[in-house]
Design a protein around this ligand. Structure first.
Ligand SMILES: [Zn+2]
Ligand SMILES: [Zn+2]
Length: 300
């Protein structure tokens, strides 16, 4: 039997490299419409959260934390792309702990689905005036529901220095970068981890909460950039002065800066709340108000 000619070998190798070996199951299979790196079977088992049961934290199951009032929160609402089941835990583990970077674009595009949910939620909320804080009822504002809602800034949850050394990257920062690339929303690493928190799972709820409260602080190296950026977007934040009260007719209204905290997973929300608190204070220090949301890839 004669060996195949050189051109045929290169042609075949080209074919085999373009036929898709699934990132998740490793089998050759038909690429899914979601992503070419994922086969149809693996894409089919993604536990998407399409309609969150909790409008506040985006949880897919009943949520006692939010319904009993929970901790005071500066987060308007959280949205997560998927429920954190064993398959999702495996995917995140391969990315976060075993450094398989090929997961980054996939998780990023999944996170964008959560962003779309947040957007729709907000647009609906404006329309129904259901989730808007009372202060927006006066001065009376024209509904912005006809205008597409867009966030102004993404802020990743920081990891501690030892974690960074251990993993080589901050998964939240990568996710924020992916989302930024997909949506055009800028990213600023406004926060730093002020102290290394130990394995959270071994702590009681109360201890975990107090521990978290002081875990984040402003990233001093970026405060000046942040302040400059806020000045730059001031015009974009100003709303047309629409008021039934002629006395305030000429007042220039400025809407709050819309900031999204980004992380890989939402468990109790204490991390997100602590970050939101710091971001709100930093923004207030620059004389701006903020509406803070969060997006996480998974919700446990
Ligand atoms: Zn697969
Ligand atoms: Zn909830």
């Amino acid at each position: 039997m004669t060996s195949k000619p050189e051109w045929l070998n290169s042609f075949l190798s080209l074919l085999s490299s373009s036929s898709s070996e699934c990132l998740a199951c490793g089998k050759q299979g038909r690429a899914s419409s979601l992503s070419p790196v994922l086969c149809v079977n693996c894409a089919a088992i993604i536990p998407w959260i399409r309609t969150p049961r909790c409008p506040k934290c985006g949880r897919h199951v009943g949520c006692p934390d939010c319904s009993r009032g929970g901790e005071p929160s500066h987060i308007l609402y959280n949205r997560s792309a998927v429920a954190y089941n064993s398959v999702m835990r495996d995917w995140l583990g391969r990315y976060k702990y075993r450094g398989n970077e090929r997961y980054a674009p996939l998780l990023g595009l999944m996170l964008e689905k959560a962003y779309q949910m947040l957007k729709v939620q907000h647009e609906d909320a404006v329309y129904q005036n259901a989730f808007i804080r009372p202060r927006s009822a006066f001065p009376f504002r024209r509904s912005t529901s006809t205008v597409s809602w867009k966030a102004d800034l993404l802020v990743p949850v920081p990891v501690s220095e030892p974690r960074l050394v251990e993993r080589g990257f901050n998964q939240a920062e990568r996710l924020a970068a992916e989302l930024s690339w997909r949506t055009g929303i800028p990213v600023l690493p406004l926060l730093v981890r002020t102290h290394h928190t130990d394995k959270q799972s071994f702590k009681g709820r109360a201890e975990r909460l107090t521990n978290m409260k002081h875990a984040f602080g402003p990233n001093t190296s970026i405060i000046e950039n942040y302040s400059n950026w806020l000045m730059e977007i001031t015009d974009a934040l100003s709303l047309p002065a629409v008021s039934i009260d002629s006395a305030v007719h000429d007042t220039k209204h400025t809407r709050p800066v819309r900031i999204i905290i980004v992380d890989d997973i939402y468990t109790t929300g204490s991390t997100i709340r602590a970050c939101a608190d710091s971001v709100r204070q930093m923004t207030e220090a620059c004389s701006f108000s903020s509406d803070i949301y969060s997006l996480t890839w998974a919700r446990s």
